[in-house]
Design a protein around this ligand. Sequence first.
Ligand code: TYD
Length: 204
Amino acid sequence: MTDIKFLSFEGIDGCGKSTQAKFLVAHFMAKGQEVLRTREPGGSPGAEAIRGLLLTGDTDKWSAETELLLFTAARRDHLEKTIEPALAAGQMVICDRFADSTRVYQGATRGDLRTKVDQLHAAMIGREPDLTLIIDVDPKIALARGLARNSGEDRFEDFGLEFQEKLRIGFLKLTQEYPQRCRLVDGNRPAEAVFEDVLALAQS
Ligand code: TYD
């Protein structure tokens, strides 16, 4: 068992975090813990509708500023309708991406908007996960994986390799900014080996 109630996974596109989230949920459920697995953008009906707007279409469909507003709106709905009720009911919440994605994608990569990201976060979200596991993977491998999924939601993958390399640096910096909460996991290994580290961190 663990004291962690709210855990997020982060990383560049195609880093394998969704697989790790699935493994971790299965692990805790097998132990009899009530766990909710959710994701961003999305995780509530309103936020899933915003997801469709954000992840499809041309790269220039939205500016970084408009993206920041849409991701924050989606997060606020997700928090109100899904995350807070689950935590209040005593469930553990495991979330595929949360506010750190906005810090890195809109704050440091798509635009230089970190101050605005922080202001909106403080005004509208004001909550951090207890633990954030950042899965670190070689951007070349991750991009090939992400695009191979051919999900139709590739707007961010379509920004290309240089963009993913910049994102990776942004996520690495977060581990320095929030050393207690953000922990790095080497994702350049088979999923089972990565999960050993994920589990050790989630239980510590
Ligand atoms: P998704 O298909 O869920 O990708 P992944 O499996 O890699 O998580 O798409 C989410 C995309 O949205 C991903 O490219 C990251 C981006 N994103 C942001 O730019 N800002 C945010 O705040 C969030 C939550 C996601």
